[in-house]
Design a protein around this ligand. Structure first.
Ligand SMILES: Cc1ncc(COP(=O)(O)O)c(C=O)c1O
Length: 385
């Protein structure tokens, strides 16, 4: 009998694929589940496509790029990291992947051995844990608590970290909680990483989507941290370029080389046209990104107010485009609750358990959807509750 590998069969079956399918196929369903901007990629980026096609001989958009990513793009990223994130780097320290997802997987591949441990804050972005498990390494959970605004507590890391630890994962601003990690906490975590000789993977996918004067700080900019911090960023969220699949990781040259070598066998290189468009995104005036952030901000305030009014306790997120709501006054089971919202209110949301067991009792609403749909969805939910 032909069988799927044991390792693959042991992977958790997420409900998110099912939810996305229903949301896409059922026209009456309002989806507040997707983690992608509803905005179209800004026109200064899209409008470059005809020109890129016209000049295809010169720019070679129909060919593979350098496996590590176009040099011109890596140079532009180097400047961006210096200006926006205070990270001094060079193009040899950057790998451009098909989305930051590919860069994250490549980084796990390049750092984890079987039985290596990874400090994993939960609830957290859903794709870290499967990647860690696929490599036969072990997540070491740090539970983030609502009473602490889902802020990570460095003392908890100190208590749990072992000699087998290889990586500490940080995600700021966080998906799904929207929490931004403060400078003081980042400094404490940097010290722990040094004492324990661990890498830090800093996933900064939402670095630009931040509100109320909160500041995004890259731990990779701290003194003495360059050799152990890998910084992941993406064009998907701030530039609404999910479909173009461009993201990157900056880190020590040795690891970037290892990531480049292993990812060659996964996707050879990232998409060439998209990499040219990413260069345009970095040249574009900031106004285009700020316009989207202002809209997210208005929706954020609206959705959080409505959710709290209907008894779904929700903190004001500091960044990203998600509201993470406590449903415990209504249900103890977030999957059942999400199903009920889908069936009875025709609203798709993501159960908190998709972000780890610690997400039980919560659901995630994405407000990367137009305000009138959000309003309609809130009215429907309020009615059934
Ligand atoms: C926290 C976080 N990191 C990484 C990614 C991957 O994004 P991409 O592969 O589009 O860069 C996502 C996507 O939702 C995310 O939420």
């Amino acid at each position: 009998m032909l069988k799927i590998s044991k390792r693959e069969r042991s992977m958790p079956v997420g409900v998110i694929g099912k939810l996305l399918k229903i949301a896409a196929e059922e026209p009456k369903v309002i989806s507040l589940s997707a983690g992608e901007p509803d905005f179209i990629t800004p026109s200064p980026i899209l409008n470059k496509i005809p020109n890129l096609i016209k000049n295809r001989k010169k720019n070679r958009i129909t060919k593979y790029t350098n496996v590590q990513g176009l040099l011109e793009l890596r140079e532009a990223i180097t400047k961006k990291l210096k200006q926006d994130n205070k990270i001094n780097t060079n193009p040899d320290e950057i790998y451009v992947g098909t989305g930051s997802e590919a860069a994250i997987f490549g980084a796990f591949l390049s750092t984890l051995d079987p039985k290596s441990e990874v400090i994993l804050p939960v609830p957290g972005y859903m794709s870290y844990e499967p990647a860690i498990r696929l490599l036969n390494a072990k997540p070491n959970y740090i539970k983030l608590k609502e009473k602490d605004n889902f802020q990570i507590n460095p003392d908890e890391i100190k208590k749990k970290i072992t000699k087998k630890n290889k990586v500490i994962i940080l995600n700021t601003p966080s998906n799904p909680t929207g929490t931004v990690i403060s400078k003081k906490i980042l400094e404490e975590i940097a010290d722990i990483a040094v004492d324990n000789d661990s890498y830090i993977f800093s996933d900064e996918a939402y670095e630009k989507i931040i509100y109320d004067g909160n500041k995004h700080i890259s731990i990779g900019s701290f003194n003495g941290m360059k050799k152990r911090v890998l910084t992941f960023q993406t064009f998907s969220k701030a530039y609404a370029m999910c479909g173009f699949r461009v993201g990157y990781v900056q880190g020590p040259k040795k690891i970037i080389k290892a990531i480049t070598d292993s990812m060659t066998y996964v996707n050879i290189a990232g998409p060439t046209l998209s990499q040219h468009l990413a260069i345009e995104a970095l040249k574009m005036r900031k106004w285009h990104v700020n316009r989207m952030i202002k809209k997210y901000d208005k929706r954020r305030k609206y959705i959080v107010k409505r959710l709290n009014e209907m008894g779904l306790r929700t903190q004001m997120p500091q960044g990203a485009f998600y509201a993470f709501s406590n449903i415990q006054d209504y249900s103890k089971d977030s999957s059942k609750f999400a199903n009920k919202l889908l069936k009875k209110a025709k609203v798709a949301v993501v159960p908190g358990t998709e972000f780890g067991k610690a997400g039980e009792g919560y659901i995630r609403f994405s407000y990367a959807t137009n305000k009138s749909s959000i309003k309609k969805a809130m009215n429907r939910i309020e009615k059934i509750l």
